[in-house]
Design a protein around this ligand. Structure first.
Ligand code: C2O
Length: 549
């Protein structure tokens, strides 16, 4: 196992897309940011140096951070932000994980430009559960706003109802040829005929779940959220913000001179004035062959993507995702449950905070999003520090509510109460608690699915369905054999998902919707996992350079 050193200098850089130039915050001047490549078992030391006026914090999305919660990164949850002129070394070891993840800023909306791939290769002596690909290619989806990100946040926080539509989706930072003034900013993948490529797909977009496909080619899904899955073939994949998916692309033998579009566009359930434009990249066969000249008119074939609200595609796709559950890669699904939780997730309104711009439906309320009707307020110091030093008083309270497990109509069209309360409440779990959590989408005001992301753990998705969760009937159909294991799952609008995880990682772990606008509105909460008895069950003390608030 190796120790790998990286340095992230946070700086402004001018970036031009769609003929608009703006100054954006970058890592090492790159947009998207640099790629981190490591192997399972490696230790990473990443020094982040802040040269901009904004507060900064970086999250290593999907890394379990066993005993190293201080390196997780969400601002005001595991650390205070890195202030101007300061630096912090994120120090962690990659234990028992390999696959595609990503890193991104975890403060305000800075992940709109501060993000990049985090690739964990298998150990030297171990192999993929599929044939070694000819080449590996990270493909990271993002969004581009012509206006300033801060202006976008203000718009989302104040205008409430209106989704903050970006001006383009991007592939590796490039919007592609279907947008105006963008043809030169197109991602091109040059391939050889008859080879297998491993595409590492990452959805780093702020607010949209995406369909992705490549014209005239099929994709074999082999991994989700850095966990191998049972391979399945599909024309199109669906990927939510916060999710990663590895697919194998086998190139054709007989199209040596052709060019194909790969493209992605949003999936939204329900109606909304979402941007339905499409980001595209180009798949180009690089070995020109005179014998196939006639195929030139096949240029720019476009993939057929499902319609914007194809819920049946989404459901079928989700059901195909299964853990490998093999001898070498077992699915350690908790078979017994110590604590059952039932959380509603949805949008609503909440009372204004002092000193906050408040433009909700009435002037004393603001638009909000909540888990069990609590809209989570970030504290002014980090939860993990308060927990570790036993100073939670006035910072957070351990009384996050649980909802009763009774049949109830959460998805009716006329809910009587959309007013939620503000609070900084957490659930406290003893070490090694086996948790089952059912999340019910209430679809009260909005109609999007919520990609819920859990820090510090992978969980198993043991069940999902439309309508209301029925605690008397649904558990009988749970898959406890080969459910997919991941860190981000879409809670369908007007539907539910059930997940299980073992709380074997001491620390404070954030859980939130990975749609940035919903996180900002409060669709977030935290789990505090207490230390176990043995030394390897305890959180290490904080590093000396941990930023102060
Ligand atoms: Cu990728 Cu808390 O986030």
């Amino acid at each position: 196992d190796t120790t790998r050193h990286y340095r992230f200098d946070i700086r402004y850089e001018n970036v031009t897309r769609l003929c608009h130039t703006k100054s954006v915050i970058t890592v090492n001047g790159q947009f998207p940011g640099p790629r981190i490549v490591a192997r399972e078992g490696d230790r990473l030391l990443i020094k982040v140096v802040n040269h901009v006026p904004n507060n900064i914090s970086i999250h290593w999305h999907g890394i379990r951070q066993l005993q190293s919660g201080w390196a997780d990164g969400p601002a005001y949850v595991t650390q205070c932000p890195i202030q101007t002129g300061q630096s912090y070394v994120y120090n962690y070891t990659i234990k028992g994980q390999r696959g595609t993840l990503f890193w991104h800023a975890h403060i305000s909306w800075l992940r709109s430009t501060i993000y990049g791939p985090l690739i964990i290769l298998p150990r030297h002596n171990s192999q993929y559960p599929f044939a070694k690909p000819h080449k590996e290619v990270p493909i990271i989806f993002g969004e581009w706003w012509n206006s300033d990100t801060e202006a976008v946040i203000t718009q989302a926080m104040q205008n409430g109802g209106g989704p903050n539509v970006s001006d383009a989706y991007t592939i590796n930072g490039l919007p592609g040829p279907l947008y105006n003034c963008s043809a030169k900013d197109t991602f091109k993948l040059k391939v050889k005929p008859g080879k297998t490529y491993l595409l590492r797909l990452i959805n780093a977009a702020l607010n949209d779940e995406l369909f992705f496909g490549i014209a005239n080619h099929t994709l074999t899904v082999v991994e989700a959220d850095a966990v191998y899955v049972k391979p399945f073939v599909t024309n199109i994949i669906l990927i939510a913000p916060g999710q990663t998916t590895n697919v194998l692309l086998k190139t054709k033998l007989h199209y040596p001179n052709a060019t194909f579009l790969m493209s992605a566009r949003p999936y939204v359930t329900g109606l909304g004035t979402f941007d339905n434009s499409t980001v595209a990249g180009i798949l180009e066969y690089k070995t020109p062959s005179k014998a196939h000249k006639t195929l030139k008119n096949l240029q720019l074939l476009k993939p057929v993507l499902p319609v914007l609200n194809d819920t049946s595609f989404a459901t079928k796709f989700a059901n195909k995702m299964r853990s490998l559950a093999s001898a070498k890669f077992p699915a350690n699904v908790p078979q017994k449950v110590d604590r059952h939780f039932f959380f509603t997730v949805g949008l609503g309104t909440s009372p204004c905070q002092n000193n906050q711009t408040c433009q909700g439906p009435t002037n004393a309320t603001k638009f909000a999003a909540a888990v069990n009707n609590v809209s989570f307020i970030l504290p002014t110091t980090a939860l993990l520090q308060s927990h570790f030093f036993g100073q939670s008083n006035g910072i957070y309270s351990p009384n996050f509510p649980n909802s009763p497990l009774i049949p109830f109509n959460y998805t009716g069209t006329a809910p009587n109460n959309t007013m939620v309360s503000n609070g900084t409440k957490v659930v406290v779990l003893p070490f090694n608690t086996s948790v089952e959590l059912v999340m019910q989408g209430t679809s009260i005001l909005g109609a999007e699915s919520h990609p819920l992301h859990l820090h510090g753990f992978n969980f198993f998705v043991v069940g999902q369905g439309f309508g209301n969760y029925n605690p008397n009937k649904d558990p009988a159909n749970f898959n406890l054999v080969d459910p997919v294991e991941r860190n981000t799952i879409g809670v369908p609008s007007g539907g539910w998902v059930a997940i299980r995880f073992l709380a074997d990682n001491p620390g404070v772990w954030f859980m939130h919707c990975h749609l940035e606008v919903h996180t900002s509105w409060g669709l977030r909460m935290a789990w505090v996992v207490l230390d176990g008895k043995l030394p390897n069950q305890k959180l290490f003390p904080p590093p000396a350079d941990l930023p102060k608030c």
